[in-house]
Ligand binder design. Structure first.
Ligand SMILES: Cc1cc2nc3c(=O)[nH]c(=O)nc-3n(C[C@H](O)[C@H](O)[C@H](O)COP(=O)(O)OP(=O)(O)OC[C@H]3O[C@@H](n4cnc5c(N)ncnc54)[C@H](O)[C@@H]3O)c2cc1C
Length: 441
């Protein structure tokens, strides 16, 4: 079994040779045959963390905390430290991550390499906005410290750089002060995409975190209905803090379970279960930020054939029209889509040459992999995104064409200059015209 898979389980790769990295000296680039790619916890859905037939450098053993300044909140840690480890150590001390994705099972290196975003993008931008400096190990054995003042080009290529510029050894990130482990959370059902946009605009000024679940299978007048969630850090809930329990999926479920009927029933029940009007609760931060982490290995529910997540961003002007088109195609496609997540990105500029977030609306959809039917559907969605001058997120992608990538990331040619010649990935070989030519490999 190749345990170094991506989260979606698609595409399958040949077992890669894996080198666990304990110290920078562990990796002897001069003795390596073939291209290399750093691997964090494999929480990328598609092939950006895979290197089919090549070598993966497992960075999860670079897991040491280096320093913390309790005045400024500046944390320096190795790149394999996970968000869960940071939260476990620092939330009780009154500090929180400046930006977090929807899972805490990611490494600092992986979060930088995909320049991840969270529910506070409209306020805080991406994770990369909070990285003060980092150290990169390149295949010519240089160790290069980069920041927005030093080796600036390499810094902006490494943030969102998909692991292709070298191995991030450590990074310095500014944590933010919080008053406790609680979130005041409000959920509000909405009936259309227009309602979503209105809620989003009115909430962004008062709520640090906003996101919505959208029913992606309903057609007709109800299309675009969903549940809006917003929240702020809270002092206390009036009772003792208890970590939410976790469940585990022991093995792959039969793929047939994730069918359209089940998806439609799930979406309808979820929507109908929410009380009408605004519901307010004070919840542990884990329940608000990481509801999916409560079920470890929930990706196994999709069975052996796996699933894809399609995440696009569309500029403000075209968002309402294009998202409606996308939801119509998905609802009419016959494919099961269990999860749809909508969020309005703010206008904070992302620091990476290949960062995904930009001002506009982002939609993420989970679809089980059903061969060419699924791929054809997603190609159709690409056309809409392209017509609206939008982009697709590499961290979730396993299939976009090279032309779509270049369209989504117009600065890709500048980025190419910073790629380490010994580094490559399955994703990169797919979206570029070929691999990298390393003289030693
Ligand atoms: C349930 C779930 C929810 C998610 N929600 C969000 C979300 O809300 N927002 C969002 O932006 N993303 C989200 N993601 C995606 C996830 O945050 C990213 O894919 C993240 O980068 C995964 O981190 P990782 O440590 O697992 O890295 P991997 O997936 O192993 O690798 C990701 C990339 O980082 C590179 N890399 C890893 N370590 C290093 C290193 N030390 N040096 C250089 N490069 C390195 C790899 O080469 C690869 O290109 C979600 C994923 C899941 C499973």
């Amino acid at each position: 079994v190749n345990s170094y898979e991506s989260w979606g389980g698609y595409p399958k790769t040949r077992s890669s040779t894996v080198i666990p990295m304990y110290w920078p000296e562990t990796i002897r680039f001069d003795q390596i045959q073939g291209s290399v790619l750093p691997y964090g916890l494999g929480r990328s859905y598609g092939d950006s963390c895979l290197n089919d037939g090549g070598i993966l450098i497992d960075t999860s053993r670079l897991d040491r905390f280096i320093s913390f300044d309790d005045q400024s909140g500046i944390l320096r840690c190795e790149a394999g430290v996970t968000f869960e480890e940071i939260l476990d150590l620092f939330v009780p001390r009154g500090w929180f991550l400046p930006v977090t994705p929807g899972t805490r099972h990611v490494t600092v290196g992986g979060a930088i390499a995909n320049d991840v975003h969270g529910k506070n993008h409209h306020r805080a931008g991406t994770f990369g906005c909070h990285v003060r400096q980092l150290e990169l190990l390149t295949s010519d054995r240089q160790r290069i410290v980069c920041s927005s003042h030093k080796n600036v080009g390499l810094f902006s290529a490494t943030i969102g750089g998909l692991g292709l510029t070298g191995v991030i050894l450590w990074a310095e990130v500014r944590l933010k002060p919080i008053t406790g482990p609680w979130i005041t959370m409000e959920t509000i059902p909405f009936e259309s995409l227009n309602d979503f946009f209105e809620l989003s605009i009115s909430s962004d000024a008062h709520y640090e975190y906003t996101v919505a679940w959208v029913d992606c299978l309903v057609r007709g007048a109800e299309m675009g209905r969903g549940i809006f969630m917003r929240g702020n850090h809270a002092d206390s809930a009036g009772h003792a803090y208890e970590k939410p329990h976790r469940l585990r999926i022991p093995c792959n479920a039969p793929s047939i379970l994730m069918n359209r009927l089940a998806a439609r029933a799930f979406n309808t029940i979820y929507y109908r279960m929410q009380p009408r009007g605004v519901k307010q609760q004070v919840v542990p931060y884990e329940s608000f930020f990481y509801p999916l982490d409560r079920v470890s290995n929930w990706n196994r529910l999709y069975g052996k054939s796996g699933f894809l997540q399609y995440q696009c961003v569309i500029g403000k002007q075209d968002a309402a029209y294009s998202l409606k088109e996308i939801l119509t195609i998905v609802a009419n496609s016959g494919l099961a889509c269990f999860l749809g997540v909508l969020k309005q990105f703010g206008s904070v500029v992302s620091p990476g040459l290949l960062s995904f977030p930009r001002a506009g609306a982002t939609l993420a959809l989970d679809v089980p992999f059903r061969g060419s039917k699924t791929l054809r559907l997603l190609d159709e969605l690409d056309k809409i995104v392209r017509d609206a001058s939008g982009g697709i997120y590499p961290a979730k992608d396993a299939r976009m064409a090279a032309s779509m990538f270049r369209f989504s990331y117009p600065r890709w040619e500048t980025f190419v200059e910073f790629i380490d010649p010994c580094f490559s990935s399955s994703f990169w070989r797919r979206v570029s015209s070929g691999g990298n030519a390393c003289e030693r490999c």
